[in-house]
Design a protein around this ligand. Sequence first.
Ligand code: ZN
Length: 395
Amino acid sequence: MGGVMTHSIRWKRPRFNALSYLVFALVLVLGLLNPAHAYAELSDKALRNIPSGAPDLDPKTGSLLAPILIPRVPGTPGSAAVQHHFVDFFVRELPGWRVEWHNSTSKTPATGDTDVHFTNLILTRDPLWAQIGDVGRLALVAHYDSLYRPEGFIGATDSAAPCAMLMQVARGVDEALTQKWEAMEASGDAGMGLEEEKGVQIIFLDGEEAWVSWTATDSIYGARALAETWESEVHPPLSTYRTPLDSINLFLLLDLLGTADPHVPSYFSTTHWAYQGIAKIEARMRKLGLLVSNPKNAFLPDSEKTADQFRGAFVQDDHVPFMMRGVDVLHIIPTPFPLVWHTMDDNAEHLDPGTVADWAKIVTAFAAEWLELDEFVSQLNPSTEKQAIRDRTEL
Ligand SMILES: [Zn+2]
């Protein structure tokens, strides 16, 4: 993570083709006729059914988080072990997610003439009937690499815990998503273009950290390469979205999360609507007694921020190459950074388990809301989930 800088950003307009205008007009008309088509908040019942995955996110014993708490410098065995941890999890527990690797190489100021290999891992779940260029996605993003120096650095908040949270988010929406899509297929709505096709993507990025000190070329190696690739891959003609980059409706980046009392501002006026959405979920979950942490202030306290209060200050991170290409970004990163930032103390001992579990719950609810899963999450039987967790622990 780099320092705070000021920058003026120009936003690209989304590209639409004639067909998508027609579909859009149709959806608009249907939306006006039937308010149920509008983006809706999750009900209290659905919020209560959002799993936290707390046991699996425990820093010491959690099956999702503990294996990531090792040094993960790009190109090292630790990095490969964590990649396997991610892929094993998806193959074993979430086989409906498409697994994609994105490789690139670069020299770094610390490694001289040697090419370092950077490996991004992308997990995608789209409606089975949808053409690849027609799916708009919520991209949930964190970097899994750890700092090169000091040697042995763990990066528990930076960004092992956010990676584990995203594994839990994927698991937390998977069953409801399956049920929603099965219901759409059963009713004949699937592929009729009545609703925008919505998918979800987890992106684990490599090479976020600078090897020597943060510059435009010594940082975010994986993100820069991926944004470039996805900008140049063109979908078939008549696709709703021109490229995989355009397919990202919202790039939600988690970073430096897991210590107690985070203060996460709203950085961008263009995505303040999304910030307000996730902040409201936090507030509602606290009021309903669904969160376990007890912070002095809300994690996300900036909902009332007004348009004139956005000064263009933001934190340099993996979103930059995407944002520069017009992608909408919601950056969930605390300012100030955790006190342990880039020190040997950024380890399991300094994570707050309640805060980690609560973030997973809040982001899962946000994803469920974005994917319009309300009635399907409401119908989930949480005792099934608890039983499933028990079964897994017994293995
Ligand atoms: Zn860092």
